[in-house]
Write a protein that binds this ligand. Structure first.
Ligand SMILES: Cc1cc2nc3c(=O)[nH]c(=O)nc-3n(C[C@H](O)[C@H](O)[C@H](O)COP(=O)(O)OP(=O)(O)OC[C@H]3O[C@@H](n4cnc5c(N)ncnc54)[C@H](O)[C@@H]3O)c2cc1C
Length: 386
């Protein structure tokens, strides 16, 4: 016999763990049926794990948002919810360092960041390259570079965020199955049936947040959510005092070699750097090359030696990870038009983690009430042709 739940969440990475947390908490508080909602979370690997998109010790969070100013209200709520999760965890999950968005004066990284600060009244400063180096001597950017410094930027601890969302969901009554892979789901007149490698379950509502595997589970997203191999490198700073969280803000940087992001030393002994769309390799998440090669290191070491020379000592660690990119690099957060009982979330394109807390709230809204107070118009599926 199939076990039945009110809501099933497939994929307990960044977004699914947060969705499970919000559905379970709300289900307990506002059951509205004389009983709490029954909620099941299904994850094919461990919780957390390093085969998806949510590992690597740190993820940037920033309010200055060059990608589009409409992300800022979502970010304000994301910050609130991360701080609430810190209460659940009893520890700090968000570390404030300030954020730098730097590039040529006409680059989107700089102009977009400035625009979002001005439109939303965010505290910020504009610094020339030499002013930036004077304030934060780890930075040695090209002379013509300009930077927005936004003091509330910083980083989150992704593995712990995922874990504490799941721990909080379990405490609110959610059932969690790790190491159980969903093979398929089917719509029914009452909701969905989900088949895994261990059994079958029924639910009235389904949230699918499978990261790089979205295309495999949701045909509508095949070709719209495209996994891409990424590589991160950590290097031992030659002057460690310049790369501590108090003296080295997280950054987004556009230079001739591409768009890079980086972090102070934290958790792994090294200054951390990555390049957006690393070598441009679209991949199958089941067969992706997870070994880091000299070509991977060369790209990241080259930029470090040029722009952060005091950070570019011996390499201490390298990891692969995956972006899941949409064509316009905004997210997909929506109910499936063909099956409104199924909510899909693919908030990645390399910048989604910081939003996971608020995306969890939105997914709970959509699953439990069919609507959300948050503006997700940028992220609707209807912007792409069927
Ligand atoms: C190198 C790198 C750096 C990044 N830096 C930043 C940053 O600084 N700031 C930022 O905001 N964002 C950043 N991002 C983006 C951010 O990490 C992602 O947007 C976010 O982690 C995506 O979360 P997700 O829940 O969609 O995917 P995941 O966290 O990967 O979760 C998907 C889950 O679904 C599970 N799953 C898949 N298929 C099945 C199945 N059939 N059955 C059961 N479970 C299944 C997977 O195992 C996985 O656990 C970065 C990403 C990468 C790769």
């Amino acid at each position: 016999m199939k076990r039945a739940f009110d809501v099933i969440v497939i994929g307990l990475g960044a977004m699914g763990s947060a969705a499970l947390f919000h559905v379970a908490r709300r289900g307990r508080e506002h059951g509205g049926r004389g009983r709490a909602l029954t909620v099941l979370g299904l994850e094919r690997f461990d919780i957390p794990h390093d085969r998806g998109s949510s590992h690597g010790v740190t993820r940037i969070i920033r309010l200055a948002y060059y990608e589009h100013p409409s992300y800022v209200p979502l970010l304000r709520r994301a910050y609130e919810l991360w701080h609430e999760l810190e209460q659940v965890a009893g520890m700090r999950l968000l570390h404030t360092t300030g954020s730098i968005d730097a590039g040529p004066a006409d680059s989107l990284v700089f102009t977009g960041s400035l625009k979002s600060c001005e439109l939303h009244g965010l505290p910020h400063e504009v610094l020339t390259s030499s002013e930036l180096t004077r304030r934060f001597p780890g930075y040695r950017l090209p002379g013509e570079t300009v930077a927005v410094l936004q003091p509330q930027g910083g980083f989150l601890l992704p593995e712990l965020c995922v874990s504490y969302h799941v721990i909080g969901a379990q405490a609110a009554g959610a059932e969690v199955h790790a190491r159980e892979q969903v093979l398929e789901w089917e719509p029914t007149s009452r909701g969905v049936v989900v088949t895994t490698d261990r059994g079958e379950y029924e639910a009235e509502r389904l949230i699918i947040s499978a990261g790089a595997w979205m295309g495999a589970l949701v045909p509508r997203l095949k070709g719209l959510a495209v996994p891409e191999r990424q590589v991160l490198a950590w290097m031992q700073p030659l002057r460690p005092e310049l790369f501590q969280p108090e003296r080295f803000p997280v950054f987004n940087l556009l230079v001739d070699e591409g768009r890079f992001y980086g972090f102070p030393v934290f958790g792994i002994p090294g200054f951390k750097i990555g390049r957006y769309h690393h070598l441009g390799e679209h991949v199958d998440p089941d067969t992706m090359d997870r070994v880091c090669h000299p070509d991977d290191e060369r790209v990241l070491r080259g930029a470090s030696e040029r722009y952060f020379p005091d950070g570019a000592g011996p390499t201490t660690a390298m990891h692969t990870c995956m972006f899941t990119n949409t064509p316009d690099e905004h997210f997909v957060i929506d109910a499936l038009p063909s099956h409104p009982q199924v909510i899909v979330a693919s908030p990645c394109s390399g910048h989604g983690f910081k939003f996971a807390s608020v995306v969890g709230e939105i997914l709970a809204d959509l699953a439990l009430t069919g609507a959300t107070r948050h503006d997700i118009s940028l992220h609707r599926l209807s912007r792409f042709a069927a």
